[in-house]
Design a protein around this ligand. Sequence first.
Ligand code: ADP
Ligand code: S3P
Ligand code: MG
Length: 179
Amino acid sequence: MDRRKSNIVLIGMPGSGKSTVGIILAKMTAKNYVDTDVLIQLAENRTLQDIVNRDGHMALRDIEERVLLGVVCRNHVIATGGSAAYSARAMTHLKQEGLCIFLHVDLPTLKTRIRNYETRGLAKRPEQSFQDLFDERLGLYRRYADITIAASELSQEAVCEEIIDALKNRTDTMDGGQR
Ligand SMILES: Nc1ncnc2c1ncn2[C@@H]1O[C@H](COP(=O)(O)OP(=O)(O)O)[C@@H](O)[C@H]1O
Ligand SMILES: O=C(O)C1=C[C@@H](OP(=O)(O)O)[C@@H](O)[C@H](O)C1
Ligand SMILES: [Mg+2]
């Protein structure tokens, strides 16, 4: 049986480019695309911000874990939410069929991209700073990453090119090997 993985799973901080890079990457690799934040909102019939406001950030993390565990697909680019890495079960599940790409963007660059920090529905403690969130999560993203892309200075298209290049050298993905 072919054990090569067919999904590409994007992880990283909010603002690192998972959602927007993901759709470009899907087109460039002839894959389907799913943004798990959209799946959460559809499952809950409310926005991420509504979930945080009404039920708190830990409820969002629980819902996210449940939704991620229900993702069963092949040949997709999967853009996760920034809080996905809090669930070891969900990450293990996604990595069974997916190679995990960490979009590593530095804090100053992220800050220029995230202007709606308080209203973006982030799964963080109410008083938690963006710096603290970054520090808390960096180790988690590194733990699950099969490939890390230093993406701070790259355009979205250049991030996609780097991912495709990195995949070419691998034997554990359907996107590996020269085609
Ligand atoms: N490589 C990049 N260069 C410049 N802006 C980017 C880049 N990647 C993403 N952005 C911008 O940053 C913002 C957040 O991107 P998004 O894809 O929603 O990130 P995420 O899904 O990781 O939170 C968007 O406005 C997007 O256009
Ligand atoms: O990092 C976070 O706590 C979150 C990031 C969001 O996704 P993006 O990373 O795509 O912005 C979304 O999943 C949710 O609002 C929580
Ligand atoms: Mg996103």
